[in-house]
Design a protein around this ligand. Structure first.
Ligand code: GLY
Length: 548
């Protein structure tokens, strides 16, 4: 059974049972409290809380996920950074009985996987949530012997929420070959920011089955890497160290998906995750004595695996490869310099600040050499380092705009409108990479892996002009960085600008941390026109615009 077959079978099985097929959402969710999409239910979160679902109450999807929490475990039989999550969901529709029966039918009747080898787990209960006796009864009714049903605690059989708060609940899981294959979550509670549980007024079902794990079982592999989703990449890698090969294969795949979504290697947030997995892959490549630029053919193999399912990877192949190649070259140089220093005894923090070695990488290097790294010392120095850079960053920010002439102020406000418009037209993963404003024009750089179409440019232009016509008020509020983040303001959060930051809002359309100044009302801007769109480096686009 190919992975393509499994993906399709899953979707059509649930479609036949009254579910609407919903496409995967972006790997970069709009919820600011999470970096990446880690589960299928994320795009449906509001519907568990009572908001009306435009798809009806039962949906099914194959969701792209990226799990940073599992990076350290990649290399074992079943953990991955990038994975595809098959899931069926119900928002106030069916509940335990139908969810369990469907899972049973799909795995053991439709795919005919070996039922005799399956083990089932259910929630044993705790002081806040009762034992899930109902699921035990349902499994038994389906013919599962009692000794194949295990009761487990919160660690294993309670799921969610994603992010800081949200729906969650007890789970029942299906294990095959000792690996959790399918997790069925019964969303009965809402967990708030203080971790307090309140029963939801409407019950829901959220299930997650990693396609790679399902493929492993269905294809008889001993790990997720022995499937058609990985073997084309693994087969390209020479060497004896199986774990290193797995890590490289996983990380190169994770990287192409992140780059495709507009993430670029950097030292902060999503960019840092990408940099970390790319550099970790390169490190392991070194361990296997792989040649320079070895990631390129591997990335091409990974793209090939998904030709039919995610054709956008193929159409952006050259940009994706360029990003990887640039990072590989940058890291080569860093590695050479840093390794020399490491051997000379340079500490983890200096390796980080001077050579860009992520702490995790230094820990790994040190482990190989039997050296212990002072993580606490690193963290302390890191904090001090941030305090020092705060003053500089504050200065840079308070100014906001160097030239305060009337025309440049207008362009400054236009830049905010344009960023919001770009995010609406191209997706929430867009962020500003730089800007340059004069009294004559606006130049604005942002992350996007390909050329914008005429249509996209026109849409951005129209949206900005619409917001100008709406004559929105521009307001400034001072708040802490934390509050700004909670309010969903755009800006560079990883730097500390000082206690309070200014957040400029333009109606409900735009919210950015910024030093100002800005116009009072958007109608002051006149007509906005994009005069040029061009590349400004790998994965970065540049727009020039004028106000007429
Ligand atoms: N949302 C269920 C899971 O990801 O396991």
């Amino acid at each position: 059974m190919t992975s393509k077959y499994l993906r399709q079978e899953f979707l059509s099985f649930f479609e036949k049972r009254g579910h609407k097929i919903v496409p995967s959402s972006s790997l970069l969710p709009s919820d600011p409290s999470v970096l990446f999409t880690t589960a299928g239910m994320q795009q449906f979160k509001p519907y568990y809380l009572g908001e009306k679902s435009p798809y009806g109450s039962n949906v099914v999807s194959c969701q792209k996920c990226f799990r940073t929490s599992d990076v350290e475990e990649v290399g074992d039989e079943s953990h991955l950074t990038f994975l595809e999550m098959l899931g069926n969901f119900s928002f106030g529709g069916y509940f335990k009985e139908e969810a369990i029966k469907s899972a049973y039918d799909f795995l053991f009747k439709e795919l005919k996987l070996p039922l005799a080898e399956a083990v089932f787990t259910v929630f044993e209960g705790n002081e806040n949530v009762p034992e899930d006796k109902e699921s035990v009864e349902i499994w038994k009714k389906l013919g599962v012997p009692e000794d194949k049903i295990q009761k487990k605690g919160k660690e294993d059989n309670f799921w969610g929420p994603t992010g800081e708060e949200g729906p969650c609940g007890p789970t029942t899981e299906i294990h095959l070959k000792g690996i959790e294959v399918w997790n069925l979550v019964f969303n009965e509670y809402y967990q708030d920011k203080n971790k307090k549980l309140t029963p939801l007024s409407q019950r829901g079902v959220d299930t997650g089955m990693g396609l790679e794990r399902l493929a492993m079982i269905a294809q008889g592999g001993n790990s997720v890497f022995e499937t058609d989703l990985f073997s084309p990449i693994i087969n390209e890698i020479t060497g004896e160290n199986e774990k290193a090969k797995r890590i490289i294969a996983d990380h190169v795949k994770g990287s192409i998906f992140l780059i495709q979504e507009g993430v670029l290697p950097s030292n902060v947030e999503r960019g840092y995750v990408l940099r970390r997995v790319l550099r970790r892959a390169i490190r392991y490549g070194k361990l296997l004595n792989l040649p320079k630029n070895f990631l390129i053919p591997l990335a091409q193999k990974a793209i090939e695996i998904y030709n039919d399912i995610y054709p956008e990877l193929r159409s952006n192949e050259s940009d994706i490869v360029t990003v990887i190649q640039n990072e590989e070259e940058k890291f080569e140089k860093t590695l050479e310099d840093g390794l020399k220093q490491f051997e000379k005894g340079l500490d983890a923090f200096e390796l980080y600040t001077t050579y860009g070695f992520p702490l995790e990488l230094t820990i790994e290097l040190a482990k190989e050499k039997g050296i212990k790294i002072d993580v606490e010392g690193f963290n302390k120095k890191f904090k001090e380092h941030q305090e020092i850079s705060r003053a500089g960053a504050e200065k840079k920010f308070v100014g906001g705009l160097a030239d305060h002439s009337e025309k440049t102020i207008k362009y400054h406000t236009a830049a905010h409108l344009m960023l919001a418009a770009l995010r609406e037209v191209l997706g929430p993963e867009i962020y500003q990479k730089g800007s340059n404003i004069t009294a004559e024009r606006l130049r604005f750089d942002f992350n996007y892996p390909q050329k914008l179409s005429e249509e996209q440019i026109r849409k951005v232009e129209e949206l900005v002009n619409q917001k100008i016509k709406e004559d929105l008020a521009v307001n400034c509020q001072e708040m802490t960085l934390k509050e700004a983040k909670e309010k969903g303001a755009m800006g560079v959060f990883e730097e500390k600008y000082g206690e309070k930051v200014k957040v400029y809002s333009i109606g409900e359309f735009s919210k950015e941390i910024c030093g100002g100044p800005h116009v009072k009302m958007t109608s002051e801007l006149g007509n906005f026109k994009i005069t040029k769109e061009e590349s400004s480096g790998a994965g970065i686009r540049r727009i020039r615009a004028v106000l007429e």
